[in-house]
Design a protein around this ligand. Sequence first.
Ligand code: 2SA
Ligand code: GDP
Ligand code: MG
Length: 427
Amino acid sequence: MADVVLGSQWGDEGKGKLVDLLCDDIEVCARCQGGNNAGHTIVVGKTKYDFHMLPSGLVNPNCLNLVGSGVVVHLPSFFDELSKIENQGLKCRDRLFLSSRAHLVFDFHQRVDKLREAELSNNKKSIGTTGKGIGPTYSTKASRSGIRVHHLVSDEPNAWSEFETKLRRLYLTRQKRYGNFEYNIEDELSRYKILREEIKPFVVDSVEFMHNALNEKKKILVEGANALMLDLDFGTYPYVTSSNTGIGGVLTGLGIPPTAIKNVYGVVKAYTTRVGEGPFPTEQLNEDGEKLQTIGFEFGVTTGRKRRCGWLDLVVLKYSTWINGYTSLNITKLDVLDSFKEIKVAVAYKYDGKVLKSFPECLHVLGKVDVEYKTFPGWEEDITAIKSYDDLPVNAKAYLKFIEDYLNVPVQWVGTGPARESMLVKK
Ligand code: 2SA
Ligand code: GDP
Ligand code: MG
């Protein structure tokens, strides 16, 4: 059976750390969507690992790791990331596998990502993407002109010339749309001639890989990237990423049956952050927001951008729970709230004087909602050294209990610091 870790808000909830903790007795860790737009930080002792496209399960020397078919892969970045973590002392080459069905991100996808953002910015409508070519690659995938890993590595006769033709054709269509942007197709082709040989040992049929792992009763963990509110269908469209970041993406991105899924762990930051543009009803453009940003050290792992900060939003989390069906929660970064005298939590959105029953799909409505907050007294003490859930301050436990009751999902873990050890388990 497979357990799944999913981001419940707008990302960066601390999924990497939970995956690391669970990986101690996991045999397979799989990524199912997104690409190197993701940034998962893991702190082990004095070493900090930043994972982008590769599964965080690589930190466990006994764990096999799969980059699934739903992931979009920029091969130069794949190898850069691999060498970076190998240089940090992790031996992982023989434990890493890449789906033959995954789509490739080319350099022109990344250029186009930035050109499109520049175009949108003329109307102040840019998405605030990471510039990693994620949207353009999923677009070529959906328009059926994408290039997959097997197209590159195939040993069939004429495979290379077919790959070359496909790449040239794809580039031409982008050139027609965006003009003569800076890009050298000949350089790209010669790079891929080398990458083709380098990537071959990693490539597997991921459907068979996952089927065998399930059949052999291996303990599997699926590592979600980004988060539900960035989901292409259920997030704050169009201010979303281009994959299904919710539970649906686990099935479509790995090719496993729904019955293979056991636990769905929702990772919830004790407040809310968002990086990039788009609606954020509980954002605090004031001292509280700045304090959360500074204490929480809220900077993007991939782009270094400052994250926007605000209070916990239970309207978002209820909606997120309806879709992903969390079986339990990991509340993270509770320690960031330690010095607050009062802590607010959004409990309802009102529009035209009426409480909304769900999270609105329309951004105009969302922009006009009045957010209703419940205010909690802070605990105003340092919780970072606490070793057991029961020893948490009474006010902190009341805060957690309220979240649990509102969502009707049990809290299983509470994060009290970035390090691996800073995680309380609730019995
Ligand atoms: P994209 O690049 O097309 O996926 O961007 C579309 C939107 O998705 C947001 N997005 C993210 N939000 C939070 N964290 C992400 N990963 C990095 C991190 C982000 C970083 O872990 O910090 O370093 O800036 C991530 N990736 C994509 C993005 O901001 C757009 O709003
Ligand atoms: P992910 O994308 O969900 O894996 O999260 P990121 O790695 O992008 O961002 C989470 C950040 O919070 C990282 O810098 C983590 O080291 C840090 N972090 C995780 N859990 C905790 C916690 O409980 N307390 C504190 N203070 N930091 C944490
Ligand atoms: Mg992140």
